[in-house]
Design a binder for this molecule. Structure first.
Ligand code: NAP
Ligand code: ZN
Ligand code: ZN
Length: 349
């Protein structure tokens, strides 16, 4: 089916209107109208091919909330009219050990990512949520619980799960001292989620003007990473650091703020590598780990956790015509705290 969308034709082109072809729905597919799509910094990295290997034309968008329009005859989880979400993945083999373990994002056959990837046939390109409509197999569709405003739920599908998953994996609990680096899309969700899990959260930021917002979101502490005394003052302070920064920075300095046996999780994905000194880890048996999104069941768990605690993203709703301007503002850290595209602005023809 022909579907209006916004695409980057090449790595250096601004996003512009286009039309893409979506598959005709099969028995296990859910067809939905996209209502809202969040803008993740990964959209910028990929649309500009900063990570390399990008597939163009590219329709970004993996924080998607929509309303079900049609379901295949074998669909059991959803019905017409349901409010649904799709995150960073749209298919996987579902039989390998990673898939069976609920880590579809690490499928041994290769996950089908929502965009800048291929379907499991390894030929058909996938196109993301900056589009009017999607067709996704039901396993990869989640339910948006009642009580979360749909536009504010969209960023949970990537920013939410990407920060929820490592907080759970590293057992964030009441009394833990958690540092969150960067208050953007991921960072603001990390602050809210860690605070809801009972941690004592400190925001580590380059922006003085974000302090009041961080405290409103649940942070008890705030420190400027542009001030070198921060790294001395907070030396050995944190049990867990969630690093969401999208640009190059010195991991060694941040590792110094961990307590012995503490853990620093990289979720931010700067395109350039950064050297890590062995001594930053040896001294204090510290862990430097990564984390990539989360599985489908865990995504549903995160959505239900947010609904139960009244947590949602702080969003700036924009028409799709403003997407390129939003990218420029995000490059300057000027985001409060997620741009979400109101897809009603996309002409349907
Ligand atoms: P974002 O909304 O643009 O926020 C990034 C924040 O990092 C900025 O708001 C800023 O916060 C801080 N920052 C930016 N440049 C900086 C610099 N040069 N030095 C220090 N701080 C800087 O981005 P996002 O959507 O949250 O994504 C963040 C990163 O996570 C991206 O690299 C993205 O690709 C990655 N990501 C990874 C996963 C995963 O599965 N691991 C999933 C989604 C996204 P302050 O103003 O507070 O300093
Ligand atoms: Zn993302
Ligand atoms: Zn698999």
């Amino acid at each position: 089916m022909k579907t209006p969308a916004y695409a980057a034709a090449t790595p250096h082109a601004p996003l512009a209107p286009t039309t893409i072809e979506r598959r005709e729905p099969g028995p296990h597919d859910v067809v939905f109208d996209v209502l809202y799509c969040g803008i993740c910094h990964s959209d910028i990295h990929q649309a500009r091919d900063e990570w390399g290997g990008g597939l163009f034309p590219m329709v970004p968008g993996h924080e998607i909330v929509g309303r079900v329009l049609r379901v295949g005859s074998g669909v059991t989880k959803f019905k017409v009219g349901d409010l649904v979400g799709v995150g960073c993945t749209v298919d996987s083999c579902r039989t390998c050990s990673q898939c069976r373990d609920g880590a579809e994002q690490f499928c041994e056959q290769g996950t089908a990512f929502t965009y800048n990837g291929t379907e499991m046939d390894r030929k058909t390109p996938t196109y993301g949520g900056y589009s009017a409509r999607m067709v996704v197999t039901e396993h990869f569709v989640v339910r948006i619980p009642e009580g979360i405003e749909p536009s504010r739920a969209a960023p949970l599908l990537c920013a939410g799960i990407t920060t929820y998953s490592p907080l759970r994996q590293w057992n964030c609990k009441p009394g833990d001292r958690v540092g969150v680096v960067g208050l953007g899309g991921l960072g603001h969700m990390a602050v809210k989620l860690a605070a809801a899990m009972g941690a004592e959260v400190t925001l580590l930021s380059t922006s003085t003007r974000k302090e009041a917002d961080a405290r409103r979101m649940g942070a008890q502490g705030f420190a400027l990473t542009t001030d070198p005394t921060t790294f001395e003052r907070l030396s050995g302070h944190f049990d867990l650091i969630i690093d969401t920064v999208s640009a190059e920075h010195d991991y060694n300095a941040y590792l110094g703020m961990l307590r012995p046996r503490g853990t620093m999780v990289l979720v931010g994905a700067p395109p350039t590598p950064t050297p890590v000194s062995a001594f930053s880890l040896i001294t204090g048996n510290k862990r430097l780990v990564g984390s990539m999104i989360g599985g489908i069941a865990e995504t549903q768990e995160m959505l239900d956790f947010c609904a139960a605690r009244g947590i949602a993203s702080d969003v700036e709703l924009i028409p799709i015509q403003d997407v390129n301007a939003a990218y420029e503002r995000m490059m300057k850290g000027d985001v409060r705290y997620r741009f979400v595209i109101d897809m009603a602005s996309l002409p349907k023809e």
